[in-house]
Ligand binder design. Structure first.
Ligand code: MD3
Ligand code: FE
Length: 206
């Protein structure tokens, strides 16, 4: 409803966190829409800069997908199987419109899948062209311990649990902050049939 005030986010060092922004029905719709793209663009395990497979499985939707191998981290216009990435579902673009004040649509929806022991080390997202655009993250499924630092790797960090339906917006000074996922509390959500966690990040790439 247009007259309702938009949910007020928690501000943690410039990370805007909207707890439970997405209803259970919408979460289920988003998962179904992501699942529908998986035959065209299956999940894979990218390699780190050191050549080790990541514990998180990934795929993407949109004009570009994020990819990594021994040639480094980058965006690619095709899945490694040669297919185009599927379009970003409307159910996901709606969230971007709701929390970002950007008139442009995102070019990439990166889909990260965490099984029980998966984690993501502390890193910066700097493969995009223009850091004036925010990154929007959508958490689905099991709870995850999210670690937030500063723009220097040595800056002190703090952690917060993210749950299914939470949305996080990284803009301004937070856009280049270090961040990572320390662990998953496996089985805390019933959204995904085999438990685990899916994180979607929406990005403007070029
Ligand atoms: C802060 N994903 O895909 S989402 C990633 O939960 C990534 O899968 C984590 O870090 C996950 O790169 C964290 C929160 C997030 C996403 C993008 C950011 C935080 C960010 C970009 C800039 C700063
Ligand atoms: Fe990241």
């Amino acid at each position: 409803m247009l007259w309702m005030a938009r949910a007020k986010p928690l501000n943690l060092r410039g990370f805007l966190i909207y707890k439970s922004l997405i209803s259970a029905d919408e979460q289920a719709e988003i998962v179904e829409n992501i699942r529908a793209g998986l035959s065209q663009a299956p999940m894979f395990s990218p390699r780190t800069a050191w050549g080790k497979p990541m514990s998180v499985q990934m795929t993407s939707a949109g004009r570009f997908g994020w990819y990594s191998d021994s040639d480094g981290y980058r965006y690619e216009p095709k899945h490694p199987n040669g297919n185009d990435w599927p379009a970003i579902p409307a159910s996901i673009l709606r969230i971007w419109d709701e929390v970002s004040d950007v008139s442009r649509q995102p070019d990439c929806c990166l889909v990260n899948h965490y099984r029980e022991k998966a984690r993501m080390g502390l890193h910066q997202d700097n493969d995009e062209q223009d850091f004036d655009f925010p990154v929007v993250s959508i958490s689905l499924g099991d709870d995850a311990l999210f670690r937030i630092g500063g723009t220097d790797r040595k800056d002190k960090t703090e952690s917060i649990w993210l749950s299914s339906g939470d949305v996080c917006v990284m803009g301004g000074g937070a856009r280049l902050a270090y961040h990572g996922i320390d662990r998953i509390r496996f089985g805390t959500s019933t959204l995904l049939k085999n438990a685990g966690r899916i994180n979607l990040t929406l990005r403007v790439v070029d």
